[in-house]
Design a protein around this ligand. Sequence first.
Ligand code: ADP
Ligand code: ADP
Length: 229
Amino acid sequence: MGAISIRDVVKRYGRGATANQVIHGVNAEIADGEFVVIVGPSGCGKSTLLRMVAGLEEISGGQIAIAGRVVNDVEPAGRDIAMVFQNYALYPHMSVFDNMAYGLKIKKVPAAEIRARVDKAAKILELGALLQRRPRELSGGQRQRVAMGRAIVRQPAVFLFDEPLSNLDAKLRAQTRLEIQNLHRELRTTSLFVTHDQVEAMTLAERMIVMNAGRMEQIGTPDEVYHRP
Ligand code: ADP
Ligand code: ADP
């Protein structure tokens, strides 16, 4: 269960007279299993909103809950989310397998379970033949897939994507976008995906949140947002 509830959320950076309000009362209810894209121009507050959902940024007002649990009441280690960033820092000295397995080893997940989860993720992401390689022996797109694999093996209730395709060239971006769609078809994990790219938003979103200057201007399916019949 990974429903996300965002209620009257406000964010200010700084305090007192110099405070800068960058999120002005955002409301959204995201259903379990839904793929929602937050789209809008650079600086409109997308990343701030995503980081608040992740519990990485303090909320100035309102409330965010995942599966009925208020994000800021939950210890970081107990938050059932995995985030995929634009800059996917892989461990350079570790194999692809170990990069994906590392977080699970820390959590003392049994070795057989780790192997099963990594194999499953590798199959979905077509990384099966690359498990013994080091990151430097991979293409940019393959590295981004390993970063996604690392998120998948955690089996989180929610995936948070912060412009994960921005560093890829056009061809890889299109290919990785397809992989993210396949991934969602397979796992149906609730996903919140941030991008400034409208085409990316339209092709990936089940529903999209259109933001501008810290406000949510629209929420709906791509057809609703672009008024297509
Ligand atoms: P987006 O992801 O849409 O590009 P951000 O959420 O990164 O937008 O930024 C929204 C606004 O908040 C911008 O005006 C940005 O300058 C400001 N901002 C972001 N992070 C910080 C921070 N750590 N301290 C102060 N201001 C910030
Ligand atoms: P590691 O981050 O070294 O793989 P853990 O899985 O124990 O080890 O994670 C340590 C902390 O970082 C935990 O609070 C966990 O929730 C958080 N964390 C690790 N990976 C991610 C991720 N991809 N997205 C969000 N949080 C993460």
